[in-house]
Design a protein around this ligand. Structure first.
Ligand code: ZN
Length: 156
C-alpha cells in the first residue's frame, strides 16, 4: 500500500502491455482504465483478471475524466527540482466508479482552496516516449452530471 507521501508520477512509469493504455491515453485526451465486460467494472491498477468476478480479457475503456478529491496533502518540501512548493498530492476517486482511485497532483488551483470531495477533472502532462501523466484540476462544472454534450455550444 503506497503512502500519500510517496512521489507521484514524477519518475516516469514503467510502460508494460498491461498499463500502456493508461499512460498513453492522454495523447487522445482520454483517461482509460481496464474494463470488465462480464460484470461492468473498471479495474485499476491494471491486472490480468477482474478482481470482482475473476473474468479475463479486460479491455481499456475511456472514462469522463471527472473525479472527486478523496484525500490530499499539501507538500511544502522542494524535493522535486523544477516543481515549486507548495503543491498538492491527492488521491482522487473516478466519477464512474468511486473505488477506482488515482494518486496524482492537483494543478491550476490554490492549495489552500483544495477540500475533500472537491470536483476535479483530468489534464495531461506530456512526457517522453508518448507518456501522458494524468493530473487533475478543479472542474468548473462542479459535481453536476454532463448530459453527454447534446447542446450546440459544446466546443472545447
Ligand atoms: Zn468482472
Amino acid at each position: 500500500m503506497p503512502s500519500v507521501s510517496e512521489t507521484p508520477f514524477r519518475l516516469l512509469p514503467q510502460i508494460t502491455p498491461e498499463n500502456e493504455h493508461f499512460w498513453t491515453g492522454g495523447a487522445e485526451g482520454e483517461l482509460r482504465f481496464l474494463h470488465c465486460a462480464a460484470c461492468d467494472t473498471l479495474v485499476h491498477p491494471p491486472q490480468p483478471r477482474c478482481p470482482q468476478c475473476l473474468a479475463g480479457g479486460l479491455s481499456p475503456r475511456a472514462v469522463s475524466g471527472r473525479a472527486r478529491v478523496a484525500t490530499f496533502t499539501v507538500n511544502h518540501q522542494p524535493w522535486i527540482p523544477g516543481f515549486d512548493p507548495p503543491y498538492v498530492v491527492a488521491i482522487v476517486e473516478i466519477e464512474e466508479q468511486r473505488d477506482v482511485r488515482l494518486m496524482t497532483n492537483l494543478v491550476g488551483c490554490d492549495p489552500e482552496a483544495v477540500h475533500i470531495d472537491m470536483p476535479v477533472r483530468v489534464v495531461f502532462e506530456a512526457r517522453d516516449e508518448g507518456i501522458h501523466i494524468p493530473l487533475f484540476e478543479p472542474d468548473p462544472r462542479g459535481g453536476e452530471a454532463d448530459p453527454s454534450g447534446g447542446g450546440g455550444d459544446a466546443d472545447r
